[in-house]
Design a protein around this ligand. Structure first.
Ligand code: Z5A
Length: 210
């Protein structure tokens, strides 16, 4: 069967990592070979860029510097990991992809969306996720969940209004591309989230075993 590229998007603490483990286990139980990867990051060099992006700094980080580093790491990740895995027939489950740049740098920071679109095209052309699962959750609940876990990184310390814009940015992308997006109600229990995922993944799995 054809490989699939699944991206997982959403705000902080929405349950992306928790659900990725569930999706991986589900696919592997069906005999599907898959890789789990993440952005920013996913290759040694891209992980270095992740550190550059997320660590706290004494100097102001220019938003376009942030955007360009996101896309530089993405290019490295696409060319060295995502594209080769898809060509080899593996499924790719990616914790965030370009829609995160649209949501965080575009909607959150207010950067030019046409410029982001041109970067998307330049960096990964027509390689886009087959399915995007958006974990939608009230910002305060997500922050509470994320805050319990570890110290907050540079982007996580943004003000609440930034994350509200990010959330709206994701929801507007989901509205604009209903064929690719599925919105998970991430406020529900983990069992309920898993059952939503079962439903959203089912259409991709109909040909498994053919
Ligand atoms: N970023 C960007 O700006 N532009 C870009 O282009 C890209 C990224 C690609 C990367 O963070 C940062 O980079 C991110 C966006 C930016 N910044 N921010 N802020 P990341 O994706 O690596 O980290 P994150 O979004 O902050 O993820 P997270 O905090 O790890 O959240 P999560 O993976 O969605 O949640 P989780 O770890 O699965 O769950 C959090 C806790 O909640 C945990 O204790 C779970 O057990 C619990 N949990 C999970 N599900 C539930 C349910 N359903 N009920 C109750 N409790 C739950």
């Amino acid at each position: 069967m054809a490989s699939s590229f699944i991206s997982i998007e959403g705000g902080e603490g929405a349950g992306k990592s928790t659900s990725i483990a569930y999706i991986k286990q589900k696919l592997e139980a069906l005999g599907i070979e898959c890789i789990v990867t993440r952005e920013p990051g996913g290759t040694p060099m891209a992980e270095d860029m992740r550190q550059l992006l997320l660590q706290h700094r004494d100097e102001n980080v220019d938003p376009y510097t942030e955007l360009l580093l996101m896309f530089a790491s993405r290019r490295q990740h696409v060319e060295n990991v995502i594209r080769p895995a898809l060509v080899a027939g593996k499924w790719v489950i990616c914790d965030r992809f370009s829609d995160a740049s649209v949501a965080y740098q575009g909607f959150g920071r207010g950067l030019d969306q046409d410029f982001i679109s041109s970067l998307k095209y330049w960096v990964h052309g027509d390689l886009n996720p087959t399915l995007t699962l958006l974990f939608d959750l009230d910002i305060a609940i997500g922050m509470e969940r994320a805050g319990q876990r570890s110290n907050l990184d540079r982007i996580e310390t943004e003000e609440l209004s930034f994350f509200e814009r990010v959330r709206q940015g994701y929801l507007s992308q989901a509205k604009a591309e209903p064929q690719r997006y599925r919105v998970v109600d991430a406020a529900q229990t983990i069992a309920s989230v898993e059952s939503q995922l079962d439903g959203f993944l089912a259409p991709l799995l109909v040909t498994v075993g053919d």
